[in-house]
Design a protein around this ligand. Sequence first.
Ligand code: GDP
Length: 409
Amino acid sequence: MAAHSTVSRDCEDQDKEYVGFATLPNQVHRKSVKKGFDFTLMVAGESGLGKSTLVNSLFLTDLYKDRKLLNAEERITQTVEITKHTVDIEEKGVKLKLTIVDTPGFGDAVNNTECWKSVADYIDQQFEQYFRDESGLNRKNIQDNRVHCCLYFISPFGHGLRPLDVEFMKALHEKVNIVPVLAKADTLTPLEVKKKKIKIREEIEQYGIKIYQFPDCDSDEDEEFKQQDQELKDSIPFAVIGSNTVVEAKGKRVRGRLYPWGIVEVENPAHCDFVKLRNMLVRTHMQDLKDVTRETHYENYRAHCIQSMTRMVVKERNRNKLTRESGTDFPIPTAPGVSDSETEKLIREKDEEVRQPPHTQTQEQECVTQECVDQECVMHDECVQESVQEECVMQEESVQEAEHCAELC
Ligand code: GDP
């Protein structure tokens, strides 16, 4: 009986100390699930490297039903096109609006100089749209089309990176999270995959390309998690295999590629890094990719935009300042619209005017009037001086402000 009452007292004490903010994560969870999630993934790289096949394999959808493939002649002068496919997928009540941005024609023309430009422009346009929407009056329900990740496909047939790969990644690494993938890994032996990965990582370093960096894992994470995290980092560039067909392997139906000498299984970790890439994109790092887009890439764009706007304003002000100093606009520093000598002349005339005794006034009245006139005169003088000073201070302030802005920029 005594033990029971101690326990209930303990519970009561705990209840008293429990405010309830521990439920905050649940509230956030409920709200986010209700709202749904969105993610925009871009795929880039030479055509024929298996981009569309991989995207379909990743999300188990057919996003490229209406794709029209161009023949060689059409591709000679082809410019890079940007296409967008959106699908709403749902899993265990969680909705995801997935947008895939494809870049057909990239690297296909005879002359591929600056063919990354339209991709860079597209990313900037999405930032610009978001910046406008965010600065507008109605900020509810803003459509966020910013690109959160770009899977860049590297050919398995070359010796490391090609100049076009270097150019593309260097042009875009400040705008988007680049995740490099080694395409069609089933065309390489395990040793070749290993060597190619090392070479590509070295070249990425050598050319100063800033690909997406996985966040460091917390020191209090368990050893297994830390090991998985390290494996993920060592897998860059992910060696991937894509397939839209289901084949039978060891009595199981799996996504794979059937060859005369055997079956390559897309989801077998011994065959390629497909599962690692999918887990990273969907299960472990989707939110981080979105955070880095918002906090780093978009912030850079926004800061750059504001800086250019400020520069324009300062330029405009400086131009006005120059016109003012050259005396064509406002003469400084005097009452508006009146020159220095004109002001003095006006004061003198006014003084004399008020000092003139009116003919009908008595001596006494005259005295009083004279006193008033003197006062009026003083007041008038002070008034003019004050207005001149005010104008002076205002001009000084605006010049200082412009100079401060110029310094900041
Ligand atoms: P995209 O132009 O980059 O979108 O390439 P596609 O996805 O259309 O693939 C081009 C060709 O490569 C098709 O015949 C695919 O079946 C084939 N393909 C796709 N992925 C792989 C892969 O991982 N390995 C191999 N060997 N072939 C692939």
